[in-house]
Design a protein around this ligand. Structure first.
Ligand SMILES: [Fe+2]
Length: 389
């Protein structure tokens, strides 16, 4: 069965406080829990959101303890804060980690005894029919978690911290509010890293074995926006017109991959980033062109890459280049995203080759690999990893 799921509302290119108030009054909300991380609470736009809530008479509480790659316990912590607050809405204000923590909290609020690692697409969570409204206000243009059915948390396993990724259509936020002035405050390095993550979501969704015409449409347009708008906002962080489109592209790519699947670049980037301690977006950005080159040998993937290439050249006005990989390398040179590991971290070749052997094994166990158009052998993954140095 092909079942597709999307947020009920996407509020695009709008002032977040105003959009949030309108949405909450429409839902009849009386009290909300804002879930965020402690770096964001001092931002002026964050204070504007709180002021707008105070002025409207909607009670609010703030849970600001979400760490990057939060542990499973965050679900109970958010749910407990929501219960204390008497919240009928949970508002996630942050990047992917914050939004995932809010999703886990919403599940635990309506279903305190559920084990978060037992969540699966057809397990009834009781969230959809509940009075709880889940709203995402993404602060980066990257993860797509505001539109996705995934929750990625972590736990301590036998070999250290491990990722727990689960999914349910019920955790797709009711609404995503996309205010371009919020990501405009991101540091340049985060704009680049989250932007190439959007490209990776688009290109992996496009050639995924789970792709379909609807996810393809979203993936192609999101990729086109990255190629044309990301260089603009890296050059001029205050270009709000380009920001607004990049912010929407992140959500579109999230809608694409949640309805198709990702692929080998993410399967490699997850363990590689964990081993090297590098940012997810920057890491998957390095891996992406090497995986696209590898996937070119699959005729269906090649046809889709070439389709996107023709749109970039004939519609978006980019110069003709040999392959889609050449376009990616051009983009990376323009924005300053490396496509070699040695440029991302100072790791020596010997140490990297050692790490590569472990990462190749771990990538084969990553659930995203199942959606890649070619299932590689361990030797092929090691070959890709070696060529990345
Ligand atoms: Fe990603």
């Amino acid at each position: 069965m092909v079942m597709l799921g999307f947020p009920r509302r996407i509020i695009y290119n709008e002032d977040a406080p105003r959009a949030l108030l309108e949405l909450l009054s429409h839902r009849g909300s009386k009290a909300v829990l804002i879930v965020t991380d402690n770096r964001l609470v001092s931002a002026s736009w964050f204070k504007d959101i709180l002021e707008a809530l105070s002025g409207s008479g909607i009670r609010y509480c703030v849970y600001s303890n979400v760490e990057p790659e939060p542990g499973m316990e965050v679900g109970d912590q958010v749910a407990s804060a929501a219960r204390k607050c008497g919240a009928d809405a949970i508002i996630a204000v942050g990047g992917g980690s914050v939004i995932d923590a809010a999703k886990a909290g919403a599940v635990k609020l309506v279903n305190p005894s559920i084990r978060l690692d037992s969540i699966a697409p057809f397990v009834d969570l009781g969230l959809e029919g509940s009075r709880i409204t889940l709203v995402a206000i993404p602060t980066t243009s990257g993860s797509g978690s505001d539109a996705s059915y995934g929750i990625v948390l972590s736990r301590i396993g036998e070999s250290g911290r491990e990722k727990v990724a689960v999914g349910s259509y019920e955790v797709i936020p009711y609404a995503s509010i996309l205010d371009p002035s919020i990501p405009a405050g991101m540091p340049r390095s985060l704009t680049i890293a989250t932007g190439v993550d959007v490209l990776a979501h688009s290109l992996e969704s496009l050639v995924s074995t789970g792709s379909n015409p609807l996810s393809d449409a979203l993936a192609v347009k999101a990729a086109e926006i990255v190629f044309t708008r990301l260089p603009r906002i890296v050059e001029d962080p205050g270009d709000l017109e380009a920001r607004a489109e990049m912010h929407l592209a992140a959500t579109m790519a999230g809608m694409a991959f949640t309805n198709s699947g990702l692929g080998l670049a993410h399967a490699i980037a997850h363990p590689l980033g964990a081993r090297l301690g590098t940012h997810h977006g920057a890491t998957v950005g390095v891996v992406l062109p090497h995986v696209v080159r590898f996937n070119y040998s699959n005729s269906q993937a090649r046809a889709k890459y070439e389709y996107l290439k023709s749109i970039l050249e004939a519609v978006a006005g980019l110069p003709r280049r040999e392959t889609l990989v050449s376009h990616i390398e051009w983009l990376y040179d323009r924005i300053g995203q490396p496509y070699r590991i040695s440029k991302l971290t100072g790791i020596s070749r010997e140490e990297y080759l050692e790490v590569s052997r472990i990462v190749a094994e771990e990538a084969l166990r990553d659930p995203d690999i199942a959606f890649n158009p070619i299932i590689p052998t361990p030797e092929e993954i090691e070959g890709i990893l070696r060529s990345m140095y």
